[in-house]
Design a protein around this ligand. Sequence first.
Ligand code: FES
Length: 194
Amino acid sequence: MLLFILYIFHKGVLLIMNETKCSNGSECDVNRRKFLSLAGWGAFFTTISVSLLATVRFLFPRVLFEPPMTFKIGLPENFKSDETADSHNVLFIDERWKDSQRVWIVREKGKIYAMFTRCTHLGCTPNWFPEDGIFKCPCHGSQYYSNGVNFAGPAPRPLDRFAVTVSDDGQIVVDKSKLYSVKEFDDPNSYIEV
Ligand code: FES
């Protein structure tokens, strides 16, 4: 299409140059008619092309592909540990899904749950300090115990948790479409027993 428009432009320039040369009108009239005909077809094809492009664009809308809300993290027996539990009954924090899913898997004595890595103050991502056994938020200094309970800074409540279930193949499934806050931590869907 662009080539066609350039071609018409080129013809128009030639016509103007020729017009300066022709003395009697007959040949110039023919050139002018040709040019007007080409320009007409050009306008026609341009309109058709733009309409076609708009239709194709309509058939393929811009869709935002978001990662799935559920994901598997493996079998419960993969989360065994010989470590000694801390004063909050936590054996270890698994950070494998922190970056990709914003989830910490917490292995407590007798249970596993999935904690949301979002500070309950203004939503920053806290960091886990295994040597201190606490989470610290880099934004305004909130601190949480290993079980996600807040004890310092402006955070108004413990870290939230996602639903966890065991699928047919025995793997633990984290469901990020269901969020539990502190008053719902006893809900049987907010943890699995091991
Ligand atoms: S966002 Fe974490 S303390 Fe403010």
